[in-house]
Design a protein. Sequence first.
Length: 262
Amino acid sequence: MASVPGVSVPGGVAIVTGAASGIGRAAALRLARTGWAVAAVDVDAAGLDALAEQAPGVRPFVCDVTEQEAVGALVREVGRELGPPRRLVHCAAVADMGRLLDADPADTLRLMEVLYGGTLRTVRAVVPAMAAGGGGQLVLLGSIGGWVPVPLGGAYGAAKAAVHYLAEIVAAEHRGDGIRVLCVCPPAVETPMLARIRRDSPELIGKRRGLSPEQVLDSMDRALARGRAWAFPGRGTRALWTARRLAPRVLSGLLGRVVVGK
C-alpha cells in the first residue's frame, strides 16, 4: 500500500465501521494484515468477535453510529487504547428498497439517519482526533446509486447522495488540518446486505453478480495512492457517472424501463 503525505502506512490506527460483515469486514482484515491496528466497529458483537479471532490486529468495539455520545466515546476510547486514528473506513449501512412514495416517510428518514446521520456523526467525532494527531484519511462509502437515480432505490440513493456532498464539504473545510477525503462509489457489491435485497426485491438486482468486496478495496487503495477524491469501482461505473452528468434524461429513461418496465 503506497504511503500518503501526513499518514504513516502501514502501522497506524484505523477505525472501520460496519466491520462485522461485507466491505467493512474485508477492509478490517486487509488493514490488519498490512500492519494497521484496527478498531473494528459494529452493532453486531458476535460478528466482531468472529472477525477478531481471524485477525490478531483487530480490536472489536460495539457501537451504534446513530448515537452521537456513543460515537464520541468510541473515538476517545480508541485514542486511549490504540492511539490517534490515521484512517477511517466508514462502511456502516442498511438498505430498504421499494417505491419511494409507497414507504412510510418515517422508515425513509430512519434510513437517512443511519446512512447519512451515521456518517456525519462518525466523521464529526474522528476529524478532531485526526487533526490533533497530524492528519489522516477519511474513506467514506458512497454508491453509484447516489449519483444515478435508480427506481426502487430512492431512499437509499438519496442518503448516499448526502454522503457524497458531505465528503466534498469536509474535504474543502478541513484540508488545512491534514485531512484527506476519499468517497468510494461502487455499484452492487456481493455482501449480506445485497443478498437481502436480492431476496426482497428480485426485480431490482435479479441474478446479476455484484462486485466482490476485494474489488472495492482494490479501487480504494489505488485511489488513496493517487491522492484522488473519488473512486468508482467496477467496469463501467465511472461511465455511468459520466452519463448521468452529460445525458441525465436519457440514462434515467433507460433505467426506468430496465427496472420497473416502463
